[in-house]
Design a protein around this ligand. Structure first.
Ligand code: NI
Length: 135
């Protein structure tokens, strides 16, 4: 029997979507307002889902306090109030789209989880636009 537990978190970050190899015009054509050379911010909402068996000892899949602290240490410390392009090494050569941010978050969290657990990360860039990465 597999049960999914989920924890919500949020962070604010600035980014710019652009490819160095492209002209400003090409970048604007593909990335629209997100190509703005002066950057802009998003209030990102994150939902981390962990799926596994209920531990008969505790009745938990995993201790949510542990998950909360892990998200704080690995994600919020890394991304909150940062300029993703300029300050976060993971995005020096990776366009900080919601898709890529979700993959980076997944890769930060996965090594710290029980190997028997399945991780899925949902990241809202706006209330209407969100992406999910499950490995
Ligand atoms: Ni944007």
């Amino acid at each position: 029997m597999q049960v999914t537990v989920s924890r919500k978190a949020h962070f604010n970050a600035a980014h710019r979507l652009f490819k160095k190899e492209w002209t400003d015009k090409q970048n604007e054509a593909i990335f629209g307002k997100c190509a703005n050379p002066h950057y802009h911010g998003h209030n990102y909402e994150l939902i981390v889902h962990v799926t596994g068996k209920i531990d008969p000892e505790t009745g938990y899949v995993m201790d949510m306090k542990v998950l909360k602290d892990l998200i704080k240490a690995e994600v919020e410390e890394l991304l909150d109030h940062k300029n993703l392009n300029e300050q976060v090494a993971e995005f020096f050569d990776l366009i900080p789209t919601a898709e890529n941010i979700a993959v980076v978050i997944y890769n930060k969290l996965k090594p710290h989880l029980n190997k028997a657990h399945t991780l899925s990360v949902t990241l809202y860039e706006t209330p209407r636009n969100f992406v999910t990465f499950s490995g």
